[in-house]
Design a protein around this ligand. Structure first.
Ligand code: FAD
Ligand code: UDP
Length: 374
């Protein structure tokens, strides 16, 4: 008899398995239909021995000390600050848009102060910043919006930015200084030996039994358990009762090049040309030394594995119906990016899972995990 059947061995499912087993001495059965743990953060060595991310580039960043300390129990880290270039008007320029982006694109020598005025002249005033178009156009004007955001977003989401919530492009700041980092979070690190190794250490506990290559529907009736934690798509759990909740997918094309370095940045974005959105070169992320290098192209797809919830009002409305159904389903807890239909980063999913754990364990928040001795 298991106390918990946990569906999905990504961050949401694995954090809960670890906490319930180690923190509360519960017996946990963790199942995943894929043949590996780690969910979308899974990484592995390819045929040439280069560490790659099977489901696209995963860069860890967080402002949460709690999340960072929690994961630090299971991995050492490598400092890594992510940088991205965008291919625009025949040049590779920094994204987020910053002082160098504008100066290079327009062959100018503006100061930060002058760039503020440059943006102010072009920015369109919005009564309410509602959509992903509003966010950018109200900061930098239409021309830069069209060069950097409109094409990329149409490719990535199959929707115009005017059809997506503001939160999507609001992930990308606009800067008037020369900071070319993609993120400015307090903690920006990569697991020293990769994500999969970190997951394996989280899950190495006698109370945790793992079944891979198994859809939970195959075993839920056969293996007795008390409660369920579900981290897959919420509409699938309820057999699409209210219709399909849209998730955006990607197809990944991996290539290994006989060169030490392939491109001048970890990620190059292609807002305007090609069917793919971006190209990632993994060695920048992992710090691995190797005479060859592996890259991945991301081709957005409407069908395939669900990767992204699509933030827009009609989807939020449909999700709320499933959420109400979930709330009325006793002994089943929904958590993670797919089950709560939230465009969450890894750290946000960890925080969400730790919050659910405190609730299940009836603990005050600070007791979520034992703090490491200083
Ligand atoms: P998942 O990792 O999706 O895990 C859910 C698991 O449930 C899956 O393994 C699935 O196989 C399993 N499952 C589903 N249904 C069933 C079933 N019926 N039976 C058994 N198992 C089932 N975040 C960052 O912080 N930084 C990044 O740089 C970053 N880059 C990303 C790039 C891409 C291309 C994508 C798609 C996401 C990225 N993310 C990034 C987000 C990150 O992947 C997620 O926040 C995180 O992995 C979500 O964890 P999860 O446990 O909620 O879901
Ligand atoms: N975006 C864009 N141009 C870029 C980078 C991002 O239009 O050069 C928009 C696009 O809609 C994208 C969103 O901003 O989906 C969020 O970008 P992020 O890099 O955070 O995407 P993720 O890594 O989650 O795929």
């Amino acid at each position: 008899m298991f106390d918990y059947l946990i569906v999905g061995a990504g961050f949401a499912g694995s954090v809960l398995a670890e906490r319930l087993a180690r923190g509360s001495d519960k017996r946990v059965l963790l199942v995943d239909k894929r043949p590996h743990v780690g969910g979308n953060a899974y990484d592995h060595h390819d045929d040439d021995g280069i560490l790659i991310h099977r489901y696209g580039p995963h860069i860890f960043h967080t402002n949460s000390r709690e999340v960072f300390d929690y994961l630090s129990q299971f991995t050492a880290w490598r400092p890594y600050q992510h940088r991205v270039l965008a291919s625009v008007d025949g040049q590779l320029v920094p994204i987020p848009i910053n002082l160098d982006t504008v100066n290079r694109l327009y062959n100018l020598r503006l100061t930060s102060f002058e760039l503020e005025a440059f943006f102010a002249e072009r920015a369109e005033k919005k009564e309410r910043v509602r959509t992903s178009e509003d966010v950018i156009v109200s900061k930098v004007g239409r021309e830069l919006y069209e060069k950097f955001f409109q094409g990329y977003t149409r490719k990535q989401w199959g929707l115009d930015p005017s059809e997506l919530d503001a939160s999507v492009t609001a992930r990308i700041p606009v800067r008037t200084n020369r900071d070319d980092r993609y993120f400015t979070d307090t903690y920006q690190v990569m697991p020293l030996h990769g994500y999969t190794r970190m997951f394996e250490r989280m899950l190495a506990h006698p109370n945790i039994k793992i079944m891979l290559g198994t859809d939970f529907r195959e075993i839920e009736g056969a293996i007795p358990h008390d409660q369920v934690i579900y981290t897959g798509p919420i509409d699938t759990y309820f057999d699409y009762k209210y219709g399909k909740l849209p998730y955006r997918s990607l197809e990944f094309q991996f290539e290994t090049k006989s060169a030490r370095v392939w491109q001048p940045a970890p990620v190059v974005n292609y807002p305007n040309e090609h069917a793919y959105t971006r190209v990632t070169e993994f060695k920048y992320l992992t710090g691995q030394e190797h005479e060859k290098t592996s890259i991945v192209y991301e081709f957005p797809r409407a069908d395939g594995d669900p990767y992204y919830p699509i933030p827009r009002p009609e989807n939020a409305e449909l999700y709320r119906k499933y959420e109400a159904l979930a709330a009325a389903t006793p002994n089943v807890h929904f958590v993670g990016r797919l089950a709560t239909y939230r465009y969450y980063n890894m750290d946000q999913v960890v925080a969400q899972a730790l919050t659910l754990y405190t609730k299940l364990a009836g603990l005050p928040r600070q007791k979520v995990f034992p703090r490491k001795a200083a």
